[in-house]
Design a protein around this ligand. Structure first.
Ligand SMILES: *[C@@H]1O[C@H](CO)[C@@H](O)[C@H](O)[C@H]1NC(C)=O
Ligand SMILES: *[C@@H]1O[C@H](CO)[C@@H](O)[C@H](O)[C@H]1NC(C)=O
Ligand SMILES: *[C@@H]1O[C@H](CO)[C@@H](O)[C@H](O)[C@H]1NC(C)=O
Length: 445
């Protein structure tokens, strides 16, 4: 064969390989098609001033009212130009894109005494931290479809420190606002936005389906209380990818309601994908719970990198929760500096009131953790089932958790069954290699 021909063949092969590996980037973001909208308006057309001082609540509400009522074919994009736009909370509407240009900041007012209240979520029966109603989220959507929040990595800033201080001083009257919340909504995309200093949880889709969150950055100080990153709650088909989250609480926590209220409401979270997420927190990296009373199933988390963590992977529930946590698969996790690598426990979290049913026990079944590598992990793992509801089908394989000190502490397990294969340090006698080999790790649903 002549040299040029070989070069040509090799180039074609290389090209083919390259396109193959490009095509191999797995994503779930296709569950909601990205929308491009012809009709565009700018927040400045509605009198908004991006000087960081003018309160622009009226402008946001008027612009969105216009989108809602003109109902342009294909929806409308609301453009936020560079500048700092201070505003009170506002509601989104269907068929709209909130577009933050590079250098655009939508900043929440710290006027907490004027913050609107809304009813508690039925699956929680009360506000998550205080009885009664709760403050509406800074950016809110209820009963919507086809909503996009995107742009060129502009910022949504909750200015949460006033709220954190009220929490610290125990002067909060109601439950703090989430930064962004969608209730009963579908076809939602949140991408290429920076979220910072949320008063409470950052992104909370509840009773939603088809939600994509990708290319987001979520930042809050490690000592800020309850600043969870993304909490899919009683929602299905949620895709979280390619994001960086560093906050004061769980980075991603899948939930589904609280004790007797969540049981009665009975709405699970299912088909949740979490992929290529990196972050840091004094609490958990990937969490399920602890509010799981509507059930959580079919969760896939993979390619997760965690640094300076409380607990790398935390599956948590409690007596009184009821519900189930099943078919959870977490793989390819790297963690560096963590107090605990893996925790699966049935005694975590508080109750809404005295009326929870202590006999409502959760079912925890079919948790597969695969290819987890940890460095400087103080304690590798804790698996603590419930005596009257042992955790079953807990399958661990290819897990290496290296201690922080020369002498590694050991796993602790109770009321659990399942299997372990190539796990160091070795977890506990309840998890056997035989189970793995007989394949009981793949067919226990
Ligand atoms: C925003 O939506 C909430 C919940 O649907 C509603 O209670 C509230 O009145 C709305 N606020 C405004 C200003 O429209
Ligand atoms: C915005 O941030 C994402 C994620 O960090 C990044 O992939 C993307 O290139 C950034 N886009 C712009 C326009 O800066
Ligand atoms: C388990 O969950 C995965 C998603 O992680 C899903 O593809 C699979 O169908 C589920 N298995 C069962 C038996 O429901």
């Amino acid at each position: 064969m002549s040299l040029p021909l070989i070069v040509v063949i090799v180039s074609i092969l290389a090209l083919a390989l390259a396109s193959l590996s490009v095509g191999e980037v797995i994503t779930c973001s296709g569950i909601v098609p990205m929308r491009y909208r012809n009709d565009k308006i700018s927040i400045t057309d509605y009198g908004a001033v991006g000087d960081g001082k003018t309160l622009n609540t009226k402008s946001f509400r008027e612009a969105i009212y216009r989108i809602q009522h003109l109902r342009r074919r294909g929806g409308t994009l609301l453009y936020i130009p560079p500048g700092v736009f201070l505003t009170g909370s506002f509601n989104l509407t269907s068929h709209m894109t909130l577009y933050l240009a590079k250098g655009a900041v939508i900043k929440a007012t710290q006027d907490t005494w004027n913050w609107p209240l809304i009813a508690p979520l039925p699956s929680y029966g009360r506000g998550r931290e205080r009885p009664g109603g709760r403050y509406i989220s800074f950016i809110h959507g209820d009963g919507l479809q086809d909503v996009v929040i995107t742009g060129e990595n502009g910022t949504i800033d909750g200015q949460g420190d006033v709220w954190w201080n009220m929490w610290r001083q125990r002067t909060l009257q109601f439950t703090r606002p989430n930064l962004v919340e969608f209730v009963n909504s579908r076809s939602i995309v949140i991408s290429n936005v920076i979220f910072q200093n949320s008063p409470f949880w950052n992104i909370h889709p509840v009773y939603c389906s088809n939600v994509v969150v990708r290319y987001v950055t979520i930042l809050a100080p490690h000592d800020s209380p309850n600043t969870d990153g993304i909490d899919p709650d009683s929602s299905s088909n949620v895709c979280i990818e390619d994001s960086y989250i560093s906050t004061g609480d769980d980075l991603v926590a899948v939930k589904s309601g609280w004790d007797e209220y969540g049981i009665a409401y009975g709405r699970p979270s299912s088909e949740i994908t979490i992929r290529r997420v990196t972050g840091s927190s004094p609490f958990a990296g990937i969490a399920i719970g602890s509010e799981t009373s509507g059930g959580v199933e079919n969760v896939l988390a993979e390619k997760i990198s965690l640094y300076d963590m409380g607990v790398g992977i935390h599956i948590k529930t409690n007596m009184g929760r009821g519900g189930f946590i099943r078919n959870i698969s977490i793989s390819n996790v790297y963690m560096e500096s963590a107090r605990k690598g893996i925790k699966i426990a049935g005694d975590v979290g508080d109750h809404p009131d005295e009326n929870f049913n202590p006999n409502a026990l959760p079912q925890v079944k079919g948790i597969t953790l695969k290819s987890v590598w940890g460095e400087k992990v103080e304690q590798p793992g804790l698996i603590k089932g419930l005596k009257d509801a042992p955790f079953t089908g807990i399958c661990l394989s290819n897990i290496n958790l290296h201690g922080a000190r020369p002498k590694t502490t050991s796993w602790e397990c109770s009321d659990v069954s399942g299997s372990a294969l190539q796990v160091t340090p070795w977890p506990c006698s309840q998890l056997t290699t035989t189970n793995y080999q007989t394949g009981s790790c793949s067919d226990h649903f």
